[in-house]
Ligand binder design. Structure first.
Ligand SMILES: NC(=O)C1=CN([C@@H]2O[C@H](COP(=O)(O)OP(=O)(O)OC[C@H]3O[C@@H](n4cnc5c(N)ncnc54)[C@H](OP(=O)(O)O)[C@@H]3O)[C@@H](O)[C@H]2O)C=CC1
Ligand SMILES: O=C(O)C(=O)[C@@H](O)[C@H](O)C(=O)CO
Length: 277
């Protein structure tokens, strides 16, 4: 059995793979997907206030715990403060609102969703307050470029545990990964499958055939084998299970390098230096 968790810079253990639930607006579908994932072995769930499904995610967590006998402490739940809520008091309120919708009394990880200029440092102070008060187990950021991290670290009392960014074989984020790791910040990949676009790639297909695995499994294995946390989204129980069957094989260094070589610095989502939401 290969490694399934990583130790964050505050000694909290975080699963290397989790379920993402962006664009799952139906609360019942969110609940079913979360329950299916936990049943399949996932322990990390990634949501956000803006996804408008925290209530469904909370229902899925409750149902899964009842079904499996797992306890809340066995799971690792992430949410994020949305851009419009950035600021000190508004972040504290947004955190409590997320907890209320989820029906939880703490989160394992709370993230600043996007680096809103002029607001993220004040937001970070509120996150530090939540962390120091013991209300959240770990705090981090999302969509931060190197210059955002440099600015945040200047004056920060707590170093973010993770930076969740768009990452897949067409956007390997090597400089950001190197910078983050040098500062004890773990990279976490959103759109790890490039929202499905990479599943027909010939190089990945050829590697997948060699291992008797699917293209999605090879890509997800590439992320976690490189030390990057991945949170693929699926609402389909078979694909949820498929995406988690990645801990029983290992890519060779040559295959890791062949996937790294697919990089084109190509984004599928918004640019953190130029977003307007
Ligand atoms: N911090 C941020 O700013 C952002 C964070 N995120 C987070 O990252 C998560 C993942 O990113 P996301 O944008 O959803 O993209 P993903 O790369 O995870 O791709 C999801 C898409 O791939 C399909 N899919 C999943 N598994 C398979 C499979 N095995 N075979 C074929 N198709 C598959 C899904 O369809 P189906 O559901 O039908 O299986 C869905 O259409 C989000 O859900 C969210 O939690 C996402 C965007 C931004
Ligand atoms: O999915 C996320 O986590 C995002 O931040 C974005 O995709 C965002 O929610 C968006 O879609 C803004 O238009």
């Amino acid at each position: 059995m290969t490694q399934t968790t990583v130790t964050l810079n505050n000694d909290v253990e975080m699963p290397l793979e989790g379920l993402g639930v962006f664009r799952v607006e139906d609360q019942a579908v969110a609940a079913q997907s979360v329950q299916a994932a936990i049943r399949a072995g996932y322990r990390l769930i990634d949501t956000a206030a803006i996804y408008q499904n925290e209530q469904g995610v909370g229902e899925g967590i409750k149902a899964a715990c009842k079904e499996t006998g797992l306890k809340r402490e066995d799971l690792f739940i992430t949410s994020k403060v949305w851009n419009a809520d950035q600021g000190y008091a508004s972040t504290l309120k947004a955190y409590q609102d997320s907890l209320d919708r989820l029906g939880l009394d703490y989160l394992d990880l709370y993230l600043i969703h996007w680096p809103v200029e002029g607001r993220y440092k004040e937001t970070w102070r509120a996150m530090e307050h939540l962390y120091k008060e013991g209300k959240v187990r770990a705090i981090g950021v999302s969509n931060f470029q190197i210059h955002h991290l440099e600015d945040l670290l200047d004056g920060a009392e707590v170093v973010p545990v993770v930076n969740q960014v768009e990452r897949h074989p067409r956007l390997t984020q090597q400089p950001l990964k190197d910078f983050s790791e040098a500062h004890g910040i773990r990279l976490e990949a959103w759109a790890p499958l490039m929202v499905g676009e990479l599943l027909q790639d010939k190089t990945i297909g050829a590697i997948a055939e060699k291992y008797g695995k699917s293209a999605a499994q090879v890509i997800l294995r590439w992320h976690i084998q490189g030390g990057v946390i991945a949170i693929p989204k699926s609402v389909n129980e078979d694909r949820i299970k498929e995406n988690f069957a990645i801990f029983d094989f290992e890519l060779t260094e040559a295959d890791m390098a062949a996937i790294n070589a697919l990089n084109q610095d190509h984004r599928t989502g918004a640019d953190p230096d130029n977003f307007d939401f």
